[in-house]
Design a binder for this molecule. Structure first.
Ligand SMILES: [Zn+2]
Length: 167
């Protein structure tokens, strides 16, 4: 899923622990895997070397294509952090810290996957294996409508979740 949806979901679950930054971070981190378990699409990345048969063998190449991808992913990430900030504004500093940590942790497994690609060593191997094992096998790549619908649903569900637990 997009980093935007992951950041919003991470922030939403962090509202469960507004006074506990460590727990907020952990909740956000775990929310990533939960969200990836739903079938979803991906935006195309130019530097990605796909390996459909064995996803652990995927990689990304350095170069201009990677720089372009980095801008794309950076914009996605910043949009997520901005939305998390706007949607779940907490009344105090510790609450806000928890929410932003949740948002950050919600996106973290994806950059950690990138670290795995580049280092191919533990603990990143195990983390990436877990990431891939829990991710939905069906994907909506190439189906823009379904991809967008899943992303919007994830964001709306996150907002509703945070609203429900604030009652
Ligand atoms: Zn992921």
């Amino acid at each position: 899923m997009t980093l935007t949806s992951h950041a919003v979901a991470g922030a939403a679950v962090a509202t469960l622990a507004p006074q506990n930054p460590i727990l907020a971070f952990a909740f956000g981190f775990l929310s990533h895997y939960l969200l990836d378990a739903f079938p979803h699409g991906h935006y195309p990345l130019r530097s990605l070397i796909p390996s459909p048969k064995d996803k652990l063998k995927e990689d990304m190449t350095w170069g201009w294509n990677f720089v372009i991808d980095l801008f794309k992913m950076g914009a996605d990430f910043l949009l997520g952090l901005g939305l998390a900030y706007l949607l779940f504004a907490a009344p105090n500093k510790s609450g806000m810290l928890a929410i932003m940590l949740g948002a950050l942790a919600g996106t973290l497994p994806d950059p950690l996957h990138f670290v795995y690609w580049k280092l191919r060593q533990e603990p990143f191997i195990s983390l990436s294996k877990f990431h891939l094992s829990i991710a939905a096998t069906k994907d909506f790549d190439g189906d823009t409508k379904k991809t967008l619908l899943v992303e919007i649903s994830a964001i709306v569900a996150s907002i509703l979740f945070a609203k429900l637990i604030s009652l």
